[in-house]
Design a protein around this ligand. Structure first.
Ligand code: ATP
Length: 314
């Protein structure tokens, strides 16, 4: 393992029958960081996480998990919450969490003690002794998450952890992830809800159609797009229109276009001289959501031609 990496994967490939769903993915996750794997439905996120954990084996490529080349050897130091949730409905949250801890080597009495603390922190103290079947879906999901971290794993892998939670519980989960990292854990999670990744992650990978299309910081992803100008003019038409950039479109009553290289000042001068009557002006930096849509869109367009991994596999 390279110093400081919790996960290092190179060239991961996975086929299911004829379909190559992961086509050569590299991933490096620094110890003590929060890492986001973003991608549209079917991109290959879950398959990638499963390969990293050793639940399935890649058809090609290698992965090192907490310094172990065989992921199973790291199992006791890993907490994994799969996308398919499931707890025994007759168990209580306290018992379920303690049971999940026992599977990872935490004595039951200690597991119960930890469960009570975790449930209290999550605002679920009153539900600690009710059967899970009486809990809401979101509450049950929180219990499953607490069971995932009860053994204080060094690496926490969460598949779509925010889906199914209301806004309050999503915020709680963000806090919990930060708290886990503060105690020294590494967290990697998949999501197609971009806002969480934007707030939480030091680095992200955007996966589409089985390939990493972007890897870097959230800031670097945003920098791939130009700021967007929205401009309202009193007059709808006039010779001044020639001063607008070629890509300017009138959307919802506003001219919208990417910030030109020379900034907006020369353009505004031309509009003012031409009597366009500037009523509103905003220049907005794109968010991660915009960058995500653009990167995934490019991937879809680019995939009309065969990708290199397909050619290599053929
Ligand atoms: N065991 C399997 N057998 C056959 N095909 C599979 C299997 N697992 C996944 N796939 C296919 O692989 C592709 C990628 O699936 P995967 O679950 O990894 O995507 P994902 O990015 O996690 O998507 P989502 O956000 O919808 O969960 C999909 O087309 C899926 O149908």
């Amino acid at each position: 393992m390279r110093v400081g990496l919790a996960i290092e994967a190179t060239g991961l490939v996975k086929r299911f029958g004829e379909a190559i769903v992961v086509r050569g993915i590299d991933l490096s996750v620094a110890q003590g960081s929060i890492y986001g794997v973003l991608g549209p439905n079917g991109a290959g996120k879950t398959t990638t996480l499963r390969m990293l954990l050793g639940i399935i084996d890649p058809d090609a490529g290698t992965r090192t998990l907490l310094g172990h080349e065989a992921p199973i050897e790291a199992a006791s130091q890993v907490g994994y919450m799969p996308e398919e949730r499931g707890l025994y409905p007759a168990m209580t949250p306290r018992e379920a969490i303690a049971f999940m801890g026992a599977l990872r080597g935490v004595p039951l009495a200690e597991g119960r003690r930890r469960a009570d603390g975790l449930l209290a922190d999550a605002g679920l103290a009153e539900s600690a002794a009710k059967p899970i079947r009486k809990l809401s879906k979101g509450m049950a999901q929180t219990v499953q998450l607490l069971g995932t971290i009860v053994h204080q794993p060094d690496l926490i892998v969460l598949d779509e952890p925010f889906s199914g939670l209301d806004a309050v519980n999503q915020a709680r989960l963000e806090e919990l992830i930060r708290a886990q990292v503060a105690r020294g854990a590494t967290v990697i999670f998949s999501t197609h809800v971009i806002a969480h990744a934007e707030r939480l992650c030091e680095r992200i990978a955007i996966i589409a159609r089985g390939l990493v299309r972007f890897e870097g910081t959230v800031e670097q992803a945003r920098e791939k797009l130009r700021p967007r100008v929205r401009l309202g003019t009193r007059a709808e038409d006039g010779p001044w229109r020639a001063a607008l950039p070629a890509d300017a479109a009138r959307i919802d009553g506003l001219w919208q276009f990417d910030l030109p290289d020379g900034g907006v000042e020369p353009l505004l001068a031309a509009l003012m001289a031409g009597g366009a009557g500037i009523e509103t002006l905003s220049i907005e930096r794109p968010g991660l959501h915009d960058a995500f849509v653009a990167i995934v869109g490019e991937a879809a367009a680019g995939d009309v031609a065969p990708a290199p991994a397909d050619e290599a596999a053929a």
